[in-house]
Design a protein around this ligand. Structure first.
Ligand code: DGL
Length: 239
């Protein structure tokens, strides 16, 4: 039987990463795990996030996954090194804000806003990423946003007034970097707030490309026609 690829996030955010993975790797099977019991990750202490992320990776590897994608910026900055250390022979791909591609394309005097969760904002890994871009990326933490997106899937436009407040001081930004996988659901709203005059960067496609590369490098890519690809969805839930 073809071994699946595991993808996890605290909730629905990682589904966008899954979408790019399935497009790029159409012969692969996937298991998506939404850790709803621990959502939101972004407001939790580092150890709690790491523990939750470990449990997800462990569950997916125990289901015979050949690779795990951490489709969550918060879990990646907090736990990717430790998960890789523990599963040193496995493919583990993280999700990082697309800071570098954005900075490459910024105009001479332009700046970008990197919208992230509180935990990502406070992390060393994110600080190191920003250090490399000469203060041209302004980090902005939004504590409530991921949960609001998770809870307003039926009508995401409800959160537009809140989003306006978030971006109020950054009307002259040239670009917005989506530093949380949940934020892919609001790229249209952000574009509307900026009257269409904003570039939006998302790390999701980059993570899918990295997964493809790692599978090829490890000789783990599924062969075309070998098996019928499937996608399974799992979720943890609050007791
Ligand atoms: N989707 C996650 C991320 O990419 C975090 C959302 C949450 O706070 O649970 O950072």
């Amino acid at each position: 039987m073809q071994r699946p690829i595991g993808v996890f996030d605290s909730g629905v955010g990682g589904l966008n990463v899954l979408k790019y993975c399935t497009e790029l790797l159409p012969d692969e099977s996937f298991i998506y795990l939404a850790d709803e019991a621990n959502m939101p990750y972004g407001n939790k202490p580092e150890d709690d996030i790491a523990r939750a992320a470990f449990a997800c990776a462990d569950k997916l590897f125990s289901l015979n996954c050949k690779a795990v994608v951490i489709a969550c910026n918060t879990a990646t900055v907090t736990a990717v090194d430790r998960i890789r250390a523990l599963y040193s022979t496995r493919v583990v791909v993280g999700l990082e804000p697309a800071v570098k591609p954005c900075v490459k394309e910024l105009g001479k005097n332009g700046y970008a806003v990197a919208l992230v969760t509180d935990a990502t904002f406070a992390s060393d890994r994110f600080s190191r990423l920003l250090e490399s871009c000469d203060k041209r990326v302004v980090p902005l933490a939004s504590p409530k946003l991921a949960k609001l997106i998770e809870d307003n899937q039926d009508d995401i436009t409800r959160i537009k007034p809140y989003l306006r407040e978030v971006f109020e001081k950054y009307g002259d930004a040239e670009a917005v970097i989506l530093g949380c996988s949940h934020y892919s659901y609001i790229s249209g709203l952000i574009s509307e707030i900026y009257g269409g005059k904003i570039k939006i960067y998302d790390g999701a496609e980059g993570a899918a490309r990295r997964l493809k590369y790692c599978l090829e490098l490890s000789g783990l890519t599924a062969k075309k026609g070998e098996c019928k690809p499937t996608i399974k969805f799992l979720s943890t839930y609050k007791k």
